[in-house]
Design a protein around this ligand. Structure first.
Ligand SMILES: Cc1cc2nc3c(=O)[nH]c(=O)nc-3n(C[C@H](O)[C@H](O)[C@H](O)COP(=O)(O)OP(=O)(O)OC[C@H]3O[C@@H](n4cnc5c(N)ncnc54)[C@H](O)[C@@H]3O)c2cc1C
Length: 552
């Protein structure tokens, strides 16, 4: 149908409605998808920011986990509250629903229509997400609005092919600048990073929503909706009150954009920690060995570009070194996970990852996966008898955080030492992590399990414990029963004699568990793709300074 005909059917007084559906981009600053949506709307259109809480996070997954912990849900509530505050300061509001987004949006539309107001075209904008659950939400929103259009006899019920408009966002590098198409996203991080750094500059931040743009308001009938209180934990299926936070927790921040920006300012400038990040990043205890930006990035309270620009500012004002670059490097790893998921979609959730079932038994990385509930439970509870694994798993369970070093070790241990279906680990992380991010989590898991086809990093959890926790402080923090075990044996308590166990007040099998599995000696592939060869190559790759570029 041509535009002239559409205009002739829709009344002149009808105002179009553009929804902006927030998901993992809960911020008003440097939100390029939000700004693009405003730019695609006319000032005479209504512009309605919306967030819909999932009320099914308490449901069981096929891996006997839930979709979120109460702690992460609380962090999310704080983040949405902060977003609403930010939108209000920008002259609009945030309408908040609980449950199905499609039902919520069509309910809002019906209310506008029932108020007697004539509704023009309806569009929904959102940040692009590319795994099945989010795509399913988009499809059901598309269907619901099409049905609304059909019922009201709109001449163009399908919105000309796309009612829902997904816009790429929350990455460091812009998709359209990438020197490859989506089907050729490199599957090896080093290749991805080199290509991005060589060919792309990190774009400038976009202006804060509401500053440079005037957008249409919210229909009068829906104004009260924005005044509704946000749901609490109980409305989302959890107990009202959270258990008291563990005093040993490394992450002790509240959610929200202001808190995210405050943490960026604190870490980079106030505490002046950026210049030593490379040396401290493998730490295990406390808030400051790494940035702790991840929970904020996961819900989108801050953008990676904003962080990159703050790093560049720091470099200009204070010092530029390997550490200042390395935070950008890590954000590039985050990008890698997003781009990888964009290319492979739901394969990141599948047992054989991108290798596919057909490679089972034939690919060098192939594994015969098992599922032994007792072993998986021991892993989850931190009772495997391997102190470095147990300390990390107990920290995750008690606090929702685990260092990157810890995550790599426990993932490798579950998948490659215990040989358990890695998805039990992926889903457990999904439930527990405060910084759970669909792409970073599942891409990291399939990489840990060797299911991307690249190099397999099998971690020796005893050696890693000795290297990264040489005094056993971290292990003792989370496994206090090992407090008096001699330091030489703290990562392998099974080497203690009966007398030593008695002296340490730690009898194996009574005070601390016996090992649930033997650690395997893993036959690594050698040759040009082998671990030794790769390591040699890596050691040659010296830091040459400022490898990323930024649009000033
Ligand atoms: C099995 C496994 C699962 C993981 N699951 C998640 C997850 O659900 N959410 C998540 O944000 N990170 C995940 N990571 C990556 C990493 O462990 C965390 O991002 C990091 O520990 C968060 O702490 P930080 O913010 O202090 O990180 P920093 O070391 O300060 O790094 C700065 C930022 O860079 C990004 N980053 C750093 N390392 C990685 C990485 N390996 N992969 C992707 N991004 C990275 C994060 O956004 C992080 O906030 C996972 C890693 C593994 C091995």
């Amino acid at each position: 149908m041509c535009a002239a005909m559409v205009n002739s059917v829709a009344s002149r007084s009808a105002r179009s409605i553009n929804f902006y559906l927030f998901r993992f981009d809960l911020r008003v600053r440097d939100n390029n998808a939000l700004i693009a949506a405003v730019e695609r709307s006319s000032k005479s259109d209504y512009f309605i920011p919306v967030y819909c809480f999932d009320d099914k996070t308490k449901n069981q997954t096929p891996y006997s986990t839930t979709k979120a912990s109460p702690e992460r849900t609380q962090f999310l509530i704080e983040s949405v509250a902060s977003l609403r505050g930010g939108l209000r300061s920008s002259g609009t509001d945030l309408l908040v629903g609980v449950g199905d987004a499609a039902e919520y949006l069509s309910g809002l539309l019906s209310r506008v229509k029932e108020s007697g107001e004539e509704v023009g075209d309806v569009k929904v904008f959102c940040q692009e997400e590319f795994c099945s659950e989010e795509v399913k939400v988009n499809r059901s929103v598309e269907r619901a609005i099409k049905t609304f259009n059909q019922k009201r006899g709109h001449p163009n019920p399908t919105g000309g092919g796309s009612i829902v408009n997904s816009i790429w966002g929350s990455s460091l590098y812009e998709l359209e600048d990438a020197p490859f198409d989506v089907n050729s996203v490199p599957t090896v991080m080093t290749q991805f990073r080199t290509k991005m750094e060589k060919n792309c500059a990190i774009p400038n931040c976009v202006e804060t929503f509401g500053k440079g743009h005037t957008c249409g308001g919210i229909p009068v009938i829906l104004k009260g909706e924005g005044e509704k209180e946000l749901p609490g934990l109980k409305d989302l299926g959890f107990d009202e009150a959270l258990p008291e936070a563990d005093k040993r927790a490394a992450f002790e921040f509240k959610g929200g954009e202001e808190n995210a920006l405050a943490r960026v300012q604190e870490y980079i400038f106030d505490l002046d920690l950026l210049k030593t990040y490379f040396e401290t990043r493998n730490g295990l205890i406390g808030a400051n060995f790494s940035t702790k930006f991840s929970p904020f990035l996961a819900v989108g309270s801050v953008s990676p570009r904003y962080i990159a620009h703050q790093c560049r500012k720091y470099e200009a004002e204070r010092v530029s070194n390997k550490s200042t670059y390395w935070v950008i490097f890590e954000l590039t790893v985050r990008d890698f996970c997003r781009y990888f998921a964009k290319r492979f979609g739901d394969k990141i959730f599948q047992l054989d990852g991108i290798l596919g079932k057909e490679a089972r038994g034939r690919h060098p990385n192939s594994i015969r996966w098992n599922y032994n509930p007792a072993l998986v439970d021991a892993w989850k509870d931190g009772t495997t008898g391997f102190p470095f694994v147990d300390a990390n798993m107990r920290e995750l369970k008690a606090t929702g955080y685990m260092s990157n070093r810890g995550r790599q070790n426990v993932a490798s241990f579950l998948a490659l030492d215990m040989n358990q279906d890695w998805r039990y680990g992926g889903y457990w992380f999904e439930e527990k992590l405060l910084d759970y991010d669909i792409y970073s989590n599942y891409v990291s898991w399939i990489m840990a399990a060797g299911m991307t086809g690249g190099r397999v990093n099998k971690f020796n959890v005893v050696k890693q414990g000795k290297d990264y926790d040489p005094k056993g402080e971290y292990v003792k923090l989370w496994c206090p029963e090992l407090q008096d075990v001699p330091i030489a044996k703290i990562m392998e308590p099974w080497r203690m004699s009966k007398d030593e166990q008695k002296e340490a007040g730690c009898t194996l099998g009574v005070d601390y568990p016996n090992r649930v599995v033997e650690m395997k000696t893993f036959q690594r592939k050698e040759g040009k793709d082998g671990v030794k060869a790769q390591r040699k190559k890596k050691n040659k790759e010296k830091y040459k300074g400022g490898q990323y570029s930024i649009r000033e």
